[in-house]
Design a protein. Sequence first.
Lengths: 110, 115
Amino acid sequence: GQQLNQSPQSMFIQEGEDVSMNCTSSSIFNTWLWYKQDPGEGPVPLIALYKAGELTSNGRLTAQFGITRKDSFLNISASIPSDVGIYFCAAPDKYSTLTFGKGTMLLVSP
Amino acid sequence: SAVISQKPSRDICQRGTSLTIQCQVDSQVTMMFWYRQQPGQSLTLIATANQGSEATYESGFVIDKFPISRPNLTFSTLTVSNMSPEDSSIYLCSVGGLAGTETQYFGPGTRLLVL
């Protein structure tokens, strides 16, 4: 089956720092999605990307759809304590079922 | 988006028993899915819940172990049958196909511990 390789596995940063995480695959996708999961909650969608090369922002979050359609990255600028959580990349197949990356756990020190 | 609720939010069960998890959506949706998230792991799709027909299961998941119902466009159930400690996980339902996008929206999850 399809696999998404997400890195880094975890990050521990200081408040105010910028963060970057990425997701790669050997398969080509037409859509990339980024989610955040808080403890005890279900994942919440952050950004959706639909076109190769597309760069999309949502507040302090910026995500890009790689030109090869095999990768995507998510940047968080000026991190704050509430950014703590697990960030997942995900991509749908032709049946709209999602494959998830293994997640990046982000910890932010005040 | 949609408002999705799940019952129960958590449960502790004895091995060999079964638990049925309910997923309710506040609007009609075309697509509903069930995922499992094992402790400290990512989400794995169990099956697509099809309205009016049998669910479509992913490799490694079978109907006898995870029977699914979807009687209408706002409700679905997942049963975890003959449970063992290895079934201890978070079970999440999601909905998709909203506004013609690929984004899925998730319920809060059901936390299951099997002793």
